[in-house]
Design a protein around this ligand. Structure first.
Ligand code: PBG
Length: 329
């Protein structure tokens, strides 16, 4: 008999123990990567207005956050620098400075909390005076090949400082292969690459641009290098190329509006897939909680679990520490 009343799908839902027993997906603190914003100085915490509850921290604060991550069972943090306007330039050369803020933060973390993984962003937007991820020609077009050369230098700079996972978020063609080759040739055989393979030009990045200081600088949009929200086949091609070029894992970004992409990538390639629940998604949850449209804790846990169900190995989320606490680490 394959129907009611022999079959009642509510039977296994009737008690909490049974729901736990039948859960197909679990979320644990080990699934989380915590993005952190670094600012120059000491003893500084600068709240970000459009990202309520998230601050930029000076390097000492970043070290404290990494200790917190370790104690909560969060395996990895992701670093993004706020670069002062006077260190920005048209070519983003500060990205190559071996003593830049990122390198200082990476070194401090690896000196003090080496058991926490450090993922570093590769892209020029935190360093350019125009807020784009690469070098511009006279017409304002982001140059691919010249930018990719810079990104190789930036990635090596981070690897020399001790980065564990290089995460290019720029969407230039060919950069994963170039970075992989450079890492191999310098002996960084165990430095991972998590490529932002399917990164869409999105309206959900606004608060992040405030956090790294790029919002006011950026003219136009990033449509000539980031993906069109209309496309999924192109996402599979991006992922395939990045895997061929030597990526260890791939990322889909933003997160929730693109869960279909996560699932398609996972089913097609069967590789580690991560998603970035980006700043605008975080801000939406916080706004819902602030207006009592939803319960913060429930929204946080439900959205993060959805990433796991869709096929993610893990999620970059500004809610990482809060979620880990809720999960009772
Ligand atoms: C840029 C970069 C962005 C984010 C991560 N890296 C923004 C952009 O592409 O303009 C967004 C992350 C977020 O919104 O939380 N290299």
């Amino acid at each position: 008999m394959s129907h009611y009343p022999a079959l009642r799908l509510r039977r296994t839902r009737a008690a909490a123990w049974s729901r736990r027993l039948h859960a197909e997906t679990v979320l644990t603190p080990a699934d989380l990567i915590w993005p952190l914003f670094v600012v120059e100085g000491e003893g500084l915490e600068q709240p970000i207005a459009s990202l309520p509850g998230v601050s930029r921290w000076s390097v000492d604060g970043i070290v404290a956050r990494a200790r917190e991550a370790r104690d909560l069972g969060i395996p990895c943090v992701a670093l993004f620098p706020y670069t002062q306007p006077d260190r920005r330039s048209d070519d983003g050369a500060e990205a190559l400075n071996p003593d830049n803020l990122m390198c200082q933060a990476i070194e401090a973390l690896k000196d003090t909390v080496p058991e926490v993984g450090v993922l570093t962003d590769v892209a020029l937007d935190p360093y350019t005076s125009h807020g784009h991820d690469g070098l511009l020609d006279e017409a304002g077009y982001v140059l691919n090949d010249a930018t990719a050369e810079m990104l190789v230098g930036q990635a090596l700079n981070q690897a020399r400082a001790g980065a564990d996972i290089i995460a290019p978020s720029d969407m230039m063609d060919g950069r994963i292969g170039m970075i992989r080759e450079a890492l191999e040739s310098e002996g960084f055989v165990n430095v991972q690459i998590m490529s932002y393979a399917a990164k869409y030009a999105s309206g959900f990045y606004g608060p992040f641009r405030d956090a790294v200081g790029g919002r006011g600088l950026l003219k136009g949009d990033k449509m000539t290098y980031q993906m069109d929200a209309a496309n999924w086949q192109e996402a599979l091609r991006e992922v395939e190329l990045d895997l061929d070029e030597g990526a260890d894992s791939v990322m889909v970004k933003p997160g929730l509006p693109y869960l279909d992409i996560v699932t398609r990538v996972k089913e097609r390639f069967e590789v580690p897939v991560f998603a970035y629940q980006v700043s605008g998604e975080y801000a939406m949850i916080e706004a819902a909680a602030a207006s009592a449209a939803g319960d913060r804790d429930a929204l946080v846990l439900e959205t993060l679990l959805a990433f796991k169900r869709a096929g993610c190995s893990g999620v970059l989320t500004y809610h990482a520490a809060h979620a880990a606490r809720l999960l009772g680490a």
